[in-house]
Design a protein around this ligand. Structure first.
Ligand code: 5GP
Length: 120
């Protein structure tokens, strides 16, 4: 089973406005901001506003409206970031084996340069 949501995780604090972020996009269901430690010229984190720990939690438990908003936002943000033409990478690290640090679902949009191979 998916672990319980921890409302003290850092992205929950960003959503509540307790910690600042460099905002890239926001709508009723989604917030996106620049990663604090970018791994490439474009490194954006896209999060749903709902309390979901991981992609699997979200995919099973979120409403259709949340899923549509999140999926479309990732596409729109990628386009606005200017990475569509040359390509980029989407990553959703999940729990321990996936090396997820922050237990609120986030998709990384990483691009703006030719990335390294991503193998274990
Ligand atoms: P994970 O390993 O959980 O997939 O990635 C967490 C990401 O969140 C990392 O890339 C890390 O740099 C970023 N991060 C951690 N704390 C903060 C923060 O306070 N603000 C922002 N903007 N990014 C953060």
């Amino acid at each position: 089973a998916v672990p319980a949501y921890d409302p003290q995780n850092i992205f929950a604090k960003i959503l509540r406005g307790e910690i600042p972020c460099s905002k890239v996009y926001e709508d009723d269901h989604v917030l996106a901001f620049n990663d604090i430690a970018p791994q490439a010229p474009t490194h954006i984190l896209v999060i749903p506003k709902g309390a979901y720990t991981s992609y699997d939690d979200f995919a099973v438990n979120a409403s259709d409206a949340e899923i549509i908003a999140y999926t479309r936002a990732i596409g729109k943000i990628s386009a606005e970031a200017g990475v569509i033409e040359n390509g980029y990478r989407l990553i959703a690290n999940t729990r321990d084996h996936g090396r997820q640090d922050v237990p609120h679902l986030h998709v990384h949009i990483i691009g703006g340069k030719k990335l390294g191979l991503m193998l274990p």
